[in-house]
Write a protein that binds this ligand. Structure first.
Ligand code: G3H
Length: 195
């Protein structure tokens, strides 16, 4: 069995400010996580010469991967965070205040709700198909460093969780979810590297 390690990027400046989307750098805590993650990955995948690190094309995942040495890194646009369209860069409070109909519509059906000029969870799930195909094809371990919405969808695929749960699955910051695919099914371990 070979592991797939899923993790969100380290805390970003937008996470600190409560803004969605964007393309900011890591906070101090996020930088600490990137180093702890590198330590963990280098130990965990020590003798795995064919392993690789996959990130999105957004700075916060690329910076989170940057301290990891010894493995090739691949950027996938399909791993970018759900795109919030006109709401990109706003806080949830601002959306609630300035676009209450949008806020309510999303609350009612988070899975299908599509941000104006942006994406829905269903859109994200669809664009992840090539990533999933490639993950299934890999024989070596893969570390996927991505974003909350995307990882909810990826995790649901491997953990066999129903579609309607996807937008609500908890994927905490600074935690590695290790998925092992063996003959007896899928096993999961979590490593919380920081509080
Ligand atoms: O920036 C986007 C968030 O990571 C997605 O979270 O779908 O719960 O709003 P949400």
């Amino acid at each position: 069995p070979r592991p797939i390690l899923l993790t969100r990027h380290g805390e970003s400046m937008d996470n600190v400010r409560g803004r969605i989307g964007g393309d900011t750098e890591l906070s101090e805590a996020g930088k600490v996580y990137s180093k702890k993650l590198a330590n963990f990955v280098e130990k965990r995948l020590k003798s795995e010469r064919a392993a690789s690190i996959w990130t999105s094309t957004l700075q916060r995942t690329i910076l989170t991967a940057s301290p990891i040495g010894g493995f090739p890194k691949i950027q996938w646009r399909a791993l970018d965070e759900i795109y919030a369209g006109v709401c990109d860069g706003m806080t949830y409070e601002e959306i609630k205040k300035n676009m209450p109909e949008e806020y309510e519509a999303r609350k009612k059906d988070k899975l299908r709700y599509r941000y104006p000029r942006g994406e829905s969870y269903l859109d994200v799930i669809q664009r992840l198909e090539p990533v999933i195909i490639e993950l299934e094809r890999q024989r070596a371990p893969v570390v996927v460093i991505s974003h909350q919405a995307v990882l909810r969808a990826l995790y649901a695929y491997f953990a066999d969780r129903p579609l309607k749960e996807i937008p609500h699955i908890e994927v905490p910051l600074h935690t590695i979810i290790e998925i092992q695919m063996g003959v007896t099914g899928v096993q999961e371990k979590r490593y919380k590297l920081m509080d």
